[in-house]
Design a protein around this ligand. Structure first.
Ligand code: SAM
Length: 331
């Protein structure tokens, strides 16, 4: 069989690969890695950087051009900066970005920049230091905030702050987050909580985009901003005169499945075609038992053909349909 381009059964062109390079994290966010549940994969179960780079080269050969490195926390894996530089030097990759919790940013901005990364997403769900500790298990708010200020200072752009909206947890801070977009050139992205894994935080009544928009309505008109190639599913807006932007990622209330262009590679070498499904195709075993590049490309192509037309969740039901923890898929 000749594998040409990753176009799925629904005519979606898949050109974006999100790579989780580790399932380990130095935080325990209540909605992501519930305290106490942290079954780390044994070292040998995690793909080596060489294995990941080989798979990325194969993916590029069949149409992937954009990659995001995530985790667990990608910055805790040894050798990550070298890996990022190697990823950036793959011919055919036009965009490499990073998602991090920001705790290690301030000490590593130089290395991140030298590896060719310009676009960083930083997860931050509260602006309150005490709440941060409760939410993540660690007193690291100041480190993250310093990292954000320092990244702005060093000219990283855009810097997106990922804020998972959680009823009863940070719904009293939506305006404060929105206000940051006036003061700083930050892109604040409100993300609807997705019921993934065994965490119970956020399940129950979800806080959806219409409600988030309503909470910040009094702050001024939300002026739509046109999406660019690297925006993904966010609906973008800005306040008049603001330096930054607001974005809404509404996986539940406004499916973007029909335009989903993503594949995910987990730290253990599984290809996932939908964040909200447990279905996966194993690449690690064939990779380690001598499969050729062509055979691996075929497996990826077949996985892509199984990508569902849409996920099965809706906004009124936040019960989990995915048993894997978000920390091992990468978000
Ligand atoms: N450690 C990195 C970080 O914190 O950004 C990368 C991994 S984390 C799993 C990637 C993103 O997934 C983060 O922005 C996090 O807030 C988001 N996330 C985790 N669990 C989520 C959930 N249940 N619903 C929506 N987003 C979630």
């Amino acid at each position: 069989m000749t594998v040409t381009r990753l176009i799925d059964r629904y005519n979606r062109r898949l050109n974006y690969l999100r790579i989780s390079i580790t399932d380990r994290c130095n935080l325990s966010c209540i909605y992501c890695i519930p305290q106490g549940i942290h079954n780390k994969l044994p070292h040998e179960e995690i793909l080596s950087y060489e294995e990941i780079l080989r798979l990325v080269r194969i993916c590029v050969g069949i149409g992937i051009s954009k990659v995001r490195v995530t985790g667990g926390e990608p910055l805790v894996r040894k050798g990550v900066f070298n890996f990022l530089a190697n990823l950036n030097s793959i011919n055919g990759i036009t965009d490499v970005s990073l998602t991090t919790n920001g705790t290690g940013l301030k000490d590593h901005l130089h290395q991140i920049r030298s590896a060719g990364i310009k676009r960083i997403n930083i997860s931050l769900d509260t602006l309150n230091r005490h709440k941060y500790k409760k939410l993540t298990g660690f007193d690291k708010f100041d480190d993250v905030w310093e990292g954000i200020l320092s990244a702005m200072d060093k000219g990283f752009h855009p810097i997106k702050l990922n804020v998972v909206a959680l009823k009863g947890i940070n719904d009293d801070e939506l305006e404060a987050f929105a206000e940051l977009s006036r003061k700083y050139p930050l892109h604040i992205r409100f993300i609807e909580y997705m019921p993934i894994g065994t965490s119970t935080a956020g399940k129950g009544t979800p806080l959806l985009t219409p409600e988030i928009k309503e909470s910040i309505r009094g702050m001024g008109e939300l002026i739509p901003v046109k999406n660019s190639m690297t925006d993904g599913p966010a609906e973008r807006f800005r306040f008049s005169g603001a330096q930054g932007e607001l974005g809404f990622i509404s996986a539940l209330s406004r499916h973007f499945c029909s335009t989903c262009n993503r594949l995910r590679l987990t730290a253990s070498g599984q290809i996932r075609t939908c964040l909200l499904s447990d279905e996966q195709v194993d690449l690690k075993s064939p990779l380690r038992s001598g499969a050729t590049d062509h055979q691996l490309a075929e497996l990826i192509f077949h996985a892509a053909q199984r990508k569902p037309s849409h996920h099965q969740l809706n906004g009124s039901d936040a019960s989990s349909i995915v048993s894997t923890q978000m920390s091992s898929i990468g978000g």
